[in-house]
Ligand binder design. Structure first.
Ligand SMILES: N[C@@H](CCC(=O)N[C@@H](CS)C(=O)NCC(=O)O)C(=O)O
Length: 354
């Protein structure tokens, strides 16, 4: 009897859900949230980026264009919403200006090697996107200083830029080891790095990725040494103002689209073939959903095109392509490490597109 009524209840739920879903799919077009609407109206996404060049992540190239891994995240979002990865205007921001830029909404999105932390989530009024680069903090010194570990920094001057997670991490790491030091902060990391090169700081500290970038592009990389200790977790990724959850969803699923495209072997080079191979019966339903092939609803839940991932991958590439193009090449030659796909032992993982 109980079994029977359970069965009936389940059937009812299925009928209601099926009916409800049909209704949802046939419903009027989704109303765009305020940020997405602004982006559409001005035909451009405003992206907060680095103030001083961080080669590999964000810099202005010889042609005057912003390029880099963090820049490509903004380009991907512009492609998803506007169909044009070039429709981005960049606002250079010092680390300490990020919170105000998000709160005043003078930027639509921040993509500037920003660490996702509890206090920022609470206080910045920001929604953090999925982590795009798992990093940790390191310390760099002059090779001829003879310093080979944090212990060697006792009593010395360590420099960094203000308004970063870096300041608290280095203080914790030195205090935990019972080591005195003097922390000097600058508005921009370049000033801290130049002070190291000039001998006014004994060490500089920041995200390991940033230090690798600075070392690789320094006049004499061999004159610098990155110490072996990684003293923190720095999950880096974009953030958006908290006022528009739908826009945050668009950013979130654009990034997941980059991850999923890599996982399913969809690249900017083979996308036409992948679409041809997966259109109609016999196609991989996962690929159909990711690329918006057929009747599957995806982007339209957020008021953007169902094939938004196709547009993004066509114009910007998948996550692996973005990583390789910006960071996998000389002079950086960064390994994927924890930033490999979950299927290859890393942390890069997208939830299902369904
Ligand atoms: N991930 C850390 C540090 C971010 C940071 O400011 N890093 C420096 C050094 S890698 C930087 O981006 N410098 C470039 C600039 O000052 O524009 C945070 O979110 O606070």
């Amino acid at each position: 009897m109980l079994k029977h009524s359970l069965k009936t209840a389940c059937l009812m739920v299925v009928i209601v859900l099926t009916f409800g879903m049909t209704l949802a799919q046939d419903a009027a077009p989704v109303v765009l949230g305020p940020i997405t609407q602004r982006v559409v109206d001005r035909g451009e996404l405003i992206c907060g980026t680095n103030a001083s060049a961080l080669p590999g992540f964000a810099e202005v190239n010889d042609a005057g264009s912003y390029v880099g891994f963090d820049v490509d995240m903004c380009r991907a979002v512009a492609a998803a919403i506007l169909g044009d990865a070039d429709a981005v205007s960049y606002r250079p921001l010092a680390a300490a200006d990020r919170q105000a830029a998000l709160q005043s909404e003078e930027i639509d999105i921040l993509s500037r090697n920003t660490t996702f932390t509890l206090s920022r989530d609470a206080v910045w009024g920001a929604t953090f996107a999925p982590t795009t680069f798992y990093d940790g903090q390191a310390v760099i010194v002059m090779a001829d200083s003879g310093i080979t570990s944090l212990e060697g920094l006792a009593g010395l001057i360590i420099c960094t830029n203000a308004g970063t997670t870096t300041e608290l991490n280095i203080t914790d790491a030195m205090n935990q080891r019972g080591l005195d030091f003097e922390l000097q902060t600058f508005q921009e990391f370049d000033q801290a790095f130049d002070a190291l090169l000039a001998g006014n700081c004994d060490a500089a500290t920041s995200d390991a990725s940033g230090l690798i970038s600075k070392q690789a592009t320094a006049p004499d990389p061999g004159a610098l040494r990155i110490l072996p200790e990684i003293i923190s977790k720095e999950p880096l990724g974009p953030a958006t103002p908290q006022s528009d959850e739908q826009f945050a969803d668009i950013v979130r699923w654009t990034i997941y689209g980059l991850f999923a495209a890599e996982e399913y072997g969809i690249t900017s080079e083979n996308i036409d073939q992948v679409i041809a191979d997966n259109t109609g019966e016999g196609g991989d339903p996962n690929i159909q959903r990711i690329l918006g092939i057929g009747e599957n609803q995806s982007g339209s839940y957020f008021g953007i095109a169902n094939n938004f991932v196709e547009v993004v991958v066509r114009q910007v590439g998948n996550y692996g392509e973005i990583f390789q193009r910006n960071l996998g090449v000389p002079p950086f030659n960064l390994e994927r490490g924890v930033n490999a796909l979950w299927t290859e032992g890393g942390l890069i993982y997208a939830p299902p597109f369904r």
